[in-house]
Design a protein around this ligand. Structure first.
Ligand code: UD1
Length: 420
């Protein structure tokens, strides 16, 4: 079994280059199924979710050439089956994007129920509602999803809930549909804009991505023949920004879009940190104990749920009692039990947690309960006194490229160890 051993405390200092966004990349790869051609994708993060996505695409008939570890050329001219491998699709959440893409391209798909982090109930009713509105029949049976359609037809779809996944999935299905599709109450996250930009580069006609109304004019065919670079990862950038504050360090993050980081910047300033914004890079530093603050997670441009655990580490160490209200995922506070093992004083009740700030955290053996919880524990271990052993690394490896290498480069005493 592998574990990360972090010995602290360390004030993180230096430069970090932010990778391409995981949540964009896991949608761009299935989006290539809509292309009757060849395209190249650059700035892919080197993480396990991407490796699995590529294997699924290959099993469907795509031909992938790795140009280097962040860049692939993918030929999706010859898709040979509409049955996606069940064992692989159930390994991560974003495998559900295959449904939208394959309904658009082939009018048929069989796929396993998506897996991913256990953050509470993760229904896909809004995805299915969108596919059905476009004319598909969708059935869910014995852990499998079956979708079938003759030719999807554009229509107006109102999302009952602001959902990143449903917005992207319905957008994918609508690209090759006949006529115009409008998605109302769409999510606005940066990766939604990235998927729309990618598809438009390949010949789609999508307008309004990044606002709450997206209009997709169906086209006959996507041509490919283009190179696209994945947007920088908002969540990885936010993770390092909060690591700078929690460790009272000084970090400059390269290759980010600071516009995507505004909700995090605002909270960092509120807790007493400092931010210098250079547009495509950002410097964050903090030379005192953070102040308390209250957080409510919200869809973009609100404070992202995927940075809630990392912010929880900052508030564990703050002067005073802070409150976090989690409005997206009911089980997102599992990490608080782990932080309490390190000396934090957090009481979580349902969707609310109270953080009574402590002066110091202490190293302890802890378990990563999900992807972002794992990143929070790496920050906590770096800020804490003594040795923290972090287990369940498969969660972290799904979404952070070389986390220990990046932390080591900015001064953390961190190593990956294989235990018998
Ligand atoms: C995506 C992100 C995830 C992030 C989340 C919220 C990816 C691969 N994952 O997940 O990291 O935490 O956005 O920012 O991009 N819901 C329904 N019915 C649906 C769909 C969603 O009720 O059909 C609910 C969910 O239970 C949740 C909320 O809507 O409470 C938001 O979920 P959604 O935005 O869809 O999250 P994901 O796309 O799964």
């Amino acid at each position: 079994m592998e574990k990360l051993v972090v010995t602290g405390p360390t004030q993180l200092k230096g430069e970090v280059t932010i990778s391409g966004a995981k949540n964009a990349a896991v949608a761009l790869l299935p989006a290539t199924l809509l292309i009757d051609g060849v395209c190249t994708i650059e700035n892919l993060p080197h993480i396990s979710d991407i490796e699995i996505s590529c294997t699924i695409l290959e099993k469907l008939g795509a031909k992938i050439t790795w140009n280097d570890k962040h860049c692939i050329t993918i030929d999706t001219r010859n898709i040979t089956t509409t049955k996606a491998p069940l064992d692989l699709t159930s390994k991560f959440r974003a495998s559900y994007y295959i449904i939208g893409s394959m309904l658009g391209r082939k009018g048929e798909i069989e796929v396993g129920m998506p897996g991913g982090c256990k953050l509470g109930a993760r229904p896909i009713d809004q995805h299915i509602k969108g596919f059905e509105a476009l004319g598909a029949t969708v059935t869910v049976e014995k852990g499998k999803i079956y979708g079938k359609a003759k030719k999807l037809k554009g229509t107006s779809i109102y999302m009952d809930i602001v959902s990143v996944g449903a917005t992207i999935n319905v957008m994918l299905a609508a690209v090759l549909a006949k006529g115009t599709t409008t998605i109302d109450n769409a999510a606005k996250e940066p990766h939604i804009v990235d998927v729309a930009n990618f598809l438009n580069t390949m010949g789609a006609d999508i307008r309004g991505a990044g606002t709450d109304v997206i209009k997709i004019n169906g086209v006959e065919k996507l041509h490919g023949n283009a190179t696209y670079s994945v947007v920088p990862d908002q969540i990885e950038a936010g993770t390092f920004m909060l690591a700078a504050v929690a460790t009272r360090g000084d970090l400059t993050l390269k290759n980010c879009i600071t516009k995507h980081l505004e909700s995090i910047t605002a909270k960092i300033i509120e807790v007493g940190g400092n931010v210098e914004d250079y547009g495509d890079s950002i410097r964050v530093w903090c030379n005192k104990r953070p102040n308390k603050a209250n957080i409510k997670t919200l869809p973009y441009p609100g404070f992202p749920t995927d940075l809630q655990p990392q912010m929880g580490v900052v508030l564990s160490l703050a002067n005073g009692t802070s409150v976090i209200n989690e409005s997206i995922w009911e089980s997102r506070f599992q990490y608080t039990d782990e932080l309490n093992k390190m000396g934090a004083k957090i009481t979580a009740q349902g969707k609310t947690a109270f953080f009574e700030g402590v002066k110091k955290l202490y190293g302890a053996p802890v378990y990563s309960t999900d992807l972002r919880a794992g990143a929070a524990l790496v920050i906590a271990g770096t800020a804490a006194q003594g040795e923290t052993d972090i287990y369940n690394l498969q969660h972290i490896d799904r979404g952070y490229e070389d986390i220990e290498g990046k932390f080591r480069k900015i001064g953390a005493n961190i190593k990956r160890v294989t235990e018998e």
